[in-house]
Design a protein around this ligand. Sequence first.
Ligand SMILES: Nc1ncnc2c1ncn2[C@@H]1O[C@H](COP(=O)(O)OP(=O)(O)OP(=O)(O)O)[C@@H](O)[C@H]1O
Ligand SMILES: [Mg+2]
Length: 363
Amino acid sequence: MTLLALENVSVAYDHQHYILRDFNLNIERGQFISLLGPSGCGKTTTLRLIAGFLEAKSGQFTFNGKNYTKVPVNKRNFGFVFQSYALFPHLSIFENVAFGLRLRKVSDSEIAKRVSRMLEIVSLTGYEKRFPKELSGGQKQRVAIARALVIEPDLLLFDEPLSNLDANLRVNMRVEIRRIQQELGITTVYVSHDQEECFSISDQVAIMNNGVIEQLDRPSTIFKYPRTEFVAKFIGFSNFIEFAYREDRDGEIWLKDKATSFRVPKHAGTDKSGGRKIAIRPEDINITADSPFIPSTGQIDTGKELNQVAGAVMVSTFLGRSYQYVVRTEMGDFTVNREMEEPYANGQKVLLTFPGDKLVIVN
Ligand SMILES: Nc1ncnc2c1ncn2[C@@H]1O[C@H](COP(=O)(O)OP(=O)(O)OP(=O)(O)O)[C@@H](O)[C@H]1O
Ligand SMILES: [Mg+2]
């Protein structure tokens, strides 16, 4: 069931520059959804709009079946956790967590009960009397999470909550955040530009580009089947070929160009009507030494078999676990990663093979 819906929302900080234009987003109850995208694409803006710090120029925000477009921040029962923990330095940890409850005039006995339960959830029991300056970064971040959760929010909003923490702590904290979110079943919108972080903890990931969601899907779907060139590049598909012609046949798509033809079996990643651009990851291209003769037939191999392109190695780099080659072909340059194989020398002629099931068609 949809809990939150942004419909054709537009946001501008001034009269000319729209940051979000006809923006749409649907979030199901209980879901953990991440907004992921490059700096400046509009993630924080989207979060501020949902929180109520920003008003849309047009469009509608519906929450739990009600029109929330004009509902002020303090009437939205949402919890926020931002990049800077923004704890109150002069208040104890207990009072930091209790803050939202005091605003809501909750009784002292109820506050004591709920704060101690929250501190237990974030593993900070015993820290009640300390002050923020006496805590580590990760502990402060957990206080910020407890403070957001204690009001039993209808929605939890995170904006890069872990970016101030060191690598190990980030991994631990993201697992914590996911655990708490699942335990309490709170619908969550999480913003980060760390791909691994978003993919590891989310039910759904929205890849944003320039104020638009390019793809909203389960992490594994995005990883395997990017729908656009932008999304594909963002998640590591570095090779693209645009063909001049396309023909749809039974269960297969034939793509043709002057230099070569490719056959792509239809699968979840090829479902773009009329698309003629394919994408493939560097580790999915096969590279072999190009011998001009096919031994079994004695014929000259022109390198123009289906899904094959002949070329020459331009650059070879050792990456530790693998070698990376840049191969120049008449279809353009390709990046190919191979794990621990005979390194091919610069200038060497090679044959690239593109397995049909590893090819996706992008818009
Ligand atoms: N208060 C503001 N006034 C004018 N322009 C703003 C304001 N806040 C943000 N912007 C612009 O809106 C665009 C989107 O900004 P936003 O903060 O949403 O990006 P972001 O995706 O969160 O980026 P980052 O990953 O760097 O945090 C940017 O071009 C930014 O310069
Ligand atoms: Mg931001």
